[in-house]
Design a protein around this ligand. Sequence first.
Ligand code: GLU
Length: 449
Amino acid sequence: MSFSLSTHHENLQAFLNDRAPHQPEFHQAVEEVMADIKPIIDQSEPYKKANVFERLVEPERVISFQVAWQNDAGAVEVNRGYRVQFNGAIGAYKGGLRFHPTVNPSVLKFLAFEQTFKNALTGLPMGGAKGGSDFDPTGRSDAEIMRFCTAFMQELHRHIGPDIDVPAGDINVGAREIGYLFGAYRRIQGKFEGILTGKGEAFAGSAMRTEATGYGVMYFLSDMLKSHDDSIDGKTIIISGAGNVATYAAEKAVALGAKVISLSDSSGFVYDADGLTQEKIDWVRAHKAKAGASLAAYVDAFGGKWAKGETPWSLKADIAAPCATQNELGKQDAKTLAKNGIKAVIEGANMPTTADAKKVLSDKDILFAPGKAANAGGVAVSGLEISQNRQRQSSGPDEVDNALQNIMSDIHASCVAEGQKDGKVDYAKGANIAGFRKVADAMVAQGVG
Ligand code: GLU
């Protein structure tokens, strides 16, 4: 793919190798988006003149900082904290915080880049950002989590604000961590303001924010199947992950009449041929909230099979919903799913499907819903939380759930409108183009300094 670059680089790969060396996840995310939007840029004089391509792949700001904190033994540990403020053309920066040993500039740049398009797709005025730390919370005490969050906010507070950047949760950052982070900000700044979303409902959080990402995934799947004269009812679904996204996706899928036969964590996956129930899902949530708990204990509680160290893609089902983490579904997995007759793959996590795997799925005409569209429900309800905070009021769960369903339907419609390809819908292309247009138009209109 050759771009009319202002630099000497011959193609996108050479450009990325030079401008963002050793950042494979970031390259992967950019290459995937650029394949779809290059023709749009090439046909637009304003986009070319404003050099939207080079500006879109360069974060507006990357903040890296030291987080020094004291563990329970009294020793001082040092982690690295980050905030990548990628693109603020359509609104204040917005995106989650992730605490995981795999967090590094490449991962956060890919996530913030994806977030820029995802946030644009929601139709709400939010720019794209992401942040977090290489801190591993596994097995840490509650007091250690609190001290870490406080130390993290000691630096982050100077870079965020209701009109600047409003972070939220992501992997290993849930209601508890958001509470500690919010408390730290309030003590440091002496202000109660909407600088984080995913807050507890007792302190200006929105109803349904916890459920939103997982529910939204199933609303999107429902729309996608409906537009193919099909429905979720009666479908067998493989879900990976056991966190917020996975468990609420499972809950909504079961409520819509599907049979969910798996969940997974970093230690393996559970296969439950009878299907998950609300009781089993509630148990998983309570169990996983305990420090260092493995999903293996599921089979002691409910039966089923535990596959240590494996991923669930070998199971036979109608739908696969990867809801764990990036690049968890590879080429071989996609081949196995295809062989077993999978009808659709819907991404609950961010970029869980590798580029090779996506190619296998598209060659076999398997429906594919990209994360930036399918999992946008979380950040969409975050956007509603920001509005509620601005107006100092709160909406009830039904109102938020209705708004979420409408937003997911609008995102689905945008994907269909922009994703036409050979008489079919390419959802990834549709999501990339629809998100891109909004951001690029705002960039052109705002000029450069
Ligand atoms: N981390 C979530 C995501 O990947 C939510 C971000 C937010 O609510 O700001 O979209």
